[in-house]
Ligand binder design. Sequence first.
Ligand code: NAD
Length: 234
Amino acid sequence: MLTFSSSDRVFVLTGAGVSAESGIPTFRGVGGLWRNYRIEEVASPHAWHRDPRLVWEFYSMRRRVASAAKPNPAHFALAKLENILQGHLFVCTQNVDNLHEQAGSRNVVHMHGQLFKSRCDTCSHPPFDDANLYEPPAEVPRCECGGRIRPHICWFGEVPFELDQIYHALDQCTLFIAVGTSGVVEPAASFVAHVAGRARTVYVGPENPANASSFTECYLGKAGEVLPDLLGAL
Ligand code: NAD
């Protein structure tokens, strides 16, 4: 069980594994969400330029899956932690679903974007809420400026969002907790190395991540079972 002092600054990084028990398949697991698609054909700027309708077909499918999902005990445990630690907790997720928010978390940084937001691929109009499904034979939606409306997602080859804010929080943190992330996708995979040596570093998931050697502790098990216990002193 983890204990916290008033001087602690806690950074939580979540990955696809935290949503697995909510029915949203992980990226590298055998779940099937990505199985029928080659990732480079649906989640890269190149894919968007080559076949935007296929990209929207994929993200419409993901919107449908995520719409049906409900938060699990791991999401609720983190929302409770935010209530207790207030401004001393920073939650950074690689997930594009909104399950942290559904569980009650108010301050979540989505470094890879948000599934239920879209934006223009041409003009600087800010991203907007959008839960629509754009599936063929529907056409790709257009902005007033004539540009195409794309998912507000950080694709492979693009720069993640909010990196200044994220590294500022990493520089301050005394306790780093990663949950359900394989430790392969950069830059998130290197966050633990960034804080190692000066912060306690904890991993939660059913198997060791690729960067396990950078963690001081690994708690093996499902997030929904391990995390509430680990934070149970609260
Ligand atoms: P990943 O798919 O590479 O790794 C998932 C990790 O979760 C694995 O290490 C696995 O062992 C672990 N895991 C599986 N079940 C778990 C459980 N019940 N509890 C805890 N951990 C569990 O995911 P990643 O590291 O987040 O990177 C993949 C990329 O794919 C991310 O950029 C993310 O944006 C994207 N993605 C997002 C979602 C989502 O929004 N829910 C889903 C799939 C993929």
